[in-house]
Design a protein around this ligand. Structure first.
Ligand code: ADP
Length: 189
Protein backbone atom coordinates (compact mmCIF):
# COMPACT_ATOMS: atom_id res chain seq x y z
CA UNK A 1 0.00 0.00 0.00
CA UNK A 2 1.34 3.42 -0.89
CA UNK A 3 1.10 6.20 1.66
CA UNK A 4 1.56 9.88 1.10
CA UNK A 5 4.69 11.33 2.67
CA UNK A 6 5.31 14.94 3.73
CA UNK A 7 8.66 14.89 2.04
CA UNK A 8 8.69 15.23 -1.75
CA UNK A 9 11.90 13.19 -1.79
CA UNK A 10 10.48 10.10 -0.19
CA UNK A 11 7.67 7.67 -0.75
CA UNK A 12 6.53 4.95 1.62
CA UNK A 13 5.55 1.60 0.16
CA UNK A 14 4.44 -0.80 2.85
CA UNK A 15 7.34 -1.06 5.31
CA UNK A 16 9.88 0.48 2.95
CA UNK A 17 10.71 4.10 2.22
CA UNK A 18 12.09 5.03 -1.19
CA UNK A 19 14.25 8.12 -0.81
CA UNK A 20 15.99 10.42 -3.28
CA UNK A 21 19.24 12.20 -2.51
CA UNK A 22 21.60 14.16 -4.70
CA UNK A 23 25.13 13.04 -3.94
CA UNK A 24 27.90 10.48 -4.05
CA UNK A 25 26.97 6.85 -3.53
CA UNK A 26 30.34 5.96 -2.00
CA UNK A 27 29.64 8.02 1.12
CA UNK A 28 26.19 6.63 1.90
CA UNK A 29 25.54 5.01 5.25
CA UNK A 30 23.63 1.94 4.00
CA UNK A 31 24.08 -1.84 4.06
CA UNK A 32 24.78 -2.15 0.34
CA UNK A 33 25.47 0.15 -2.56
CA UNK A 34 24.76 -0.84 -6.14
CA UNK A 35 27.49 -0.53 -8.72
CA UNK A 36 26.64 0.11 -12.39
CA UNK A 37 29.40 -2.25 -13.49
CA UNK A 38 30.50 -3.72 -16.81
CA UNK A 39 30.30 -7.43 -17.69
CA UNK A 40 33.96 -8.04 -16.90
CA UNK A 41 33.55 -6.49 -13.42
CA UNK A 42 36.94 -4.87 -14.00
CA UNK A 43 36.14 -1.39 -12.81
CA UNK A 44 35.74 1.45 -15.25
CA UNK A 45 34.73 5.08 -15.22
CA UNK A 46 31.73 6.80 -13.70
CA UNK A 47 30.20 5.33 -10.60
CA UNK A 48 32.11 2.05 -11.11
CA UNK A 49 35.44 3.85 -10.91
CA UNK A 50 34.34 5.86 -7.88
CA UNK A 51 33.25 2.70 -6.02
CA UNK A 52 36.46 0.83 -6.84
CA UNK A 53 38.60 3.79 -5.74
CA UNK A 54 36.70 4.10 -2.47
CA UNK A 55 36.68 0.34 -1.81
CA UNK A 56 40.36 -0.26 -2.60
CA UNK A 57 42.03 -3.19 -4.40
CA UNK A 58 40.28 -6.00 -2.52
CA UNK A 59 37.08 -5.19 -4.40
CA UNK A 60 38.81 -5.83 -7.71
CA UNK A 61 40.14 -9.14 -6.36
CA UNK A 62 36.65 -10.20 -5.25
CA UNK A 63 35.24 -9.30 -8.68
CA UNK A 64 38.00 -11.21 -10.46
CA UNK A 65 37.26 -14.35 -8.45
CA UNK A 66 33.59 -14.16 -9.45
CA UNK A 67 34.38 -13.73 -13.15
CA UNK A 68 36.91 -16.58 -13.08
CA UNK A 69 34.35 -18.83 -11.41
CA UNK A 70 31.15 -17.81 -13.19
CA UNK A 71 32.22 -15.98 -16.33
CA UNK A 72 31.24 -12.49 -17.39
CA UNK A 73 28.13 -11.06 -15.79
CA UNK A 74 25.35 -10.69 -18.38
CA UNK A 75 23.41 -7.42 -18.60
CA UNK A 76 20.46 -7.41 -16.21
CA UNK A 77 22.11 -9.78 -13.69
CA UNK A 78 23.61 -8.91 -10.29
CA UNK A 79 26.19 -10.28 -7.84
CA UNK A 80 27.17 -9.14 -4.35
CA UNK A 81 30.64 -8.74 -2.86
CA UNK A 82 32.13 -7.22 0.26
CA UNK A 83 32.91 -3.55 -0.06
CA UNK A 84 36.60 -3.59 0.89
CA UNK A 85 37.27 -0.33 2.72
CA UNK A 86 33.62 0.66 2.38
CA UNK A 87 31.34 -0.18 5.27
CA UNK A 88 28.62 -1.14 2.77
CA UNK A 89 28.63 -4.28 0.65
CA UNK A 90 28.59 -3.80 -3.12
CA UNK A 91 25.97 -5.24 -5.45
CA UNK A 92 27.32 -5.22 -9.00
CA UNK A 93 24.87 -5.11 -11.86
CA UNK A 94 25.34 -4.56 -15.57
CA UNK A 95 22.90 -2.17 -17.17
CA UNK A 96 21.95 -2.25 -20.86
CA UNK A 97 23.86 -0.13 -23.34
CA UNK A 98 21.02 1.95 -24.75
CA UNK A 99 20.08 1.17 -28.34
CA UNK A 100 16.39 2.07 -28.21
CA UNK A 101 15.24 -1.56 -28.35
CA UNK A 102 12.23 -2.75 -26.31
CA UNK A 103 14.49 -5.25 -24.55
CA UNK A 104 16.61 -2.41 -23.11
CA UNK A 105 13.73 -1.58 -20.85
CA UNK A 106 13.42 -5.19 -19.64
CA UNK A 107 17.14 -5.45 -19.02
CA UNK A 108 17.18 -2.22 -17.03
CA UNK A 109 14.22 -3.35 -14.94
CA UNK A 110 15.96 -6.71 -14.32
CA UNK A 111 18.97 -4.87 -12.91
CA UNK A 112 16.86 -3.22 -10.23
CA UNK A 113 14.88 -6.37 -9.46
CA UNK A 114 17.91 -8.65 -9.21
CA UNK A 115 19.76 -6.21 -6.94
CA UNK A 116 16.74 -5.95 -4.67
CA UNK A 117 16.42 -9.76 -4.58
CA UNK A 118 20.05 -10.09 -3.47
CA UNK A 119 19.60 -7.40 -0.81
CA UNK A 120 16.41 -8.95 0.48
CA UNK A 121 17.81 -12.51 0.47
CA UNK A 122 20.78 -11.26 2.53
CA UNK A 123 18.31 -9.63 4.96
CA UNK A 124 19.78 -6.19 4.34
CA UNK A 125 17.86 -3.16 5.57
CA UNK A 126 19.08 -0.28 3.43
CA UNK A 127 20.32 -0.30 -0.14
CA UNK A 128 21.41 2.58 -2.37
CA UNK A 129 21.18 2.69 -6.16
CA UNK A 130 22.85 5.01 -8.64
CA UNK A 131 21.05 5.82 -11.87
CA UNK A 132 22.00 2.66 -13.78
CA UNK A 133 22.87 3.01 -17.51
CA UNK A 134 22.27 6.76 -17.77
CA UNK A 135 25.96 7.69 -17.97
CA UNK A 136 28.37 5.96 -20.34
CA UNK A 137 25.64 3.51 -21.41
CA UNK A 138 23.57 6.48 -22.61
CA UNK A 139 20.08 5.48 -21.50
CA UNK A 140 18.00 8.70 -21.72
CA UNK A 141 17.27 9.81 -18.18
CA UNK A 142 13.61 10.67 -18.98
CA UNK A 143 13.06 7.02 -19.91
CA UNK A 144 15.32 5.38 -17.35
CA UNK A 145 14.07 7.19 -14.22
CA UNK A 146 10.43 6.02 -14.55
CA UNK A 147 11.58 2.44 -15.26
CA UNK A 148 13.78 2.49 -12.16
CA UNK A 149 11.09 3.98 -9.96
CA UNK A 150 8.25 1.75 -11.17
CA UNK A 151 10.34 -1.40 -10.94
CA UNK A 152 11.45 -0.67 -7.38
CA UNK A 153 7.93 0.32 -6.29
CA UNK A 154 6.46 -2.82 -7.84
CA UNK A 155 9.05 -5.04 -6.16
CA UNK A 156 8.38 -3.46 -2.78
CA UNK A 157 4.65 -3.90 -3.24
CA UNK A 158 5.01 -7.71 -3.36
CA UNK A 159 4.39 -9.53 -0.10
CA UNK A 160 7.53 -11.04 1.44
CA UNK A 161 8.89 -12.22 4.78
CA UNK A 162 11.79 -9.79 4.93
CA UNK A 163 11.20 -6.30 3.67
CA UNK A 164 13.85 -3.63 3.22
CA UNK A 165 13.59 -0.51 5.36
CA UNK A 166 14.96 1.89 2.74
CA UNK A 167 15.76 1.97 -0.94
CA UNK A 168 17.75 5.11 -1.65
CA UNK A 169 18.42 6.54 -5.09
CA UNK A 170 21.67 8.50 -4.98
CA UNK A 171 21.72 10.85 -7.95
CA UNK A 172 24.98 12.45 -8.88
CA UNK A 173 23.78 15.57 -10.69
CA UNK A 174 20.79 17.84 -10.39
CA UNK A 175 19.22 16.97 -13.73
CA UNK A 176 19.21 13.29 -12.82
CA UNK A 177 17.83 14.08 -9.39
CA UNK A 178 14.96 16.09 -10.93
CA UNK A 179 14.12 13.25 -13.33
CA UNK A 180 13.82 10.81 -10.42
CA UNK A 181 11.78 13.33 -8.43
CA UNK A 182 9.37 13.60 -11.36
CA UNK A 183 9.22 9.82 -11.69
CA UNK A 184 8.41 9.57 -7.99
CA UNK A 185 5.63 12.15 -8.30
CA UNK A 186 4.10 10.15 -11.15
CA UNK A 187 3.71 7.01 -9.04
CA UNK A 188 2.62 8.83 -5.89
CA UNK A 189 -0.98 7.92 -5.10
P1 ADP B 1 26.53 3.39 -16.88
O1 ADP B 1 27.72 2.81 -17.61
O2 ADP B 1 25.64 2.31 -16.30
O3 ADP B 1 25.81 4.39 -17.69
P2 ADP B 1 27.89 5.49 -15.34
O4 ADP B 1 28.73 5.32 -14.12
O5 ADP B 1 28.57 5.99 -16.57
O6 ADP B 1 27.18 4.06 -15.56
O7 ADP B 1 26.70 6.46 -15.01
C1 ADP B 1 25.57 6.09 -14.25
C2 ADP B 1 25.16 7.26 -13.36
O8 ADP B 1 26.02 7.29 -12.23
C3 ADP B 1 25.28 8.63 -14.02
O9 ADP B 1 24.13 9.41 -13.67
C4 ADP B 1 26.54 9.20 -13.35
O10 ADP B 1 26.49 10.63 -13.29
C5 ADP B 1 26.39 8.62 -11.97
N1 ADP B 1 27.56 8.66 -11.08
C6 ADP B 1 28.87 8.81 -11.39
N2 ADP B 1 29.61 8.80 -10.26
C7 ADP B 1 28.75 8.63 -9.22
C8 ADP B 1 28.89 8.55 -7.79
N3 ADP B 1 30.08 8.64 -7.19
N4 ADP B 1 27.75 8.38 -7.05
C9 ADP B 1 26.54 8.27 -7.64
N5 ADP B 1 26.35 8.34 -8.97
C10 ADP B 1 27.43 8.52 -9.75
Amino acid sequence: MNERSDNTNSLRIGETTITLVEGDITTQDVDAIVNAANSGLIGGGGVDGAIHRAAGPTLKDACQIIVEREGRLPAGQAVMTDGGRLSARVIHTVGPRYRGRPMDRDTLASCYRNCLCLARDASLRRVAFPSISTGAYRYPIEEAAPIAMKTVAHFLGQPTEHQLAEVRFVLFDHRTFLAYQQAMERIRP
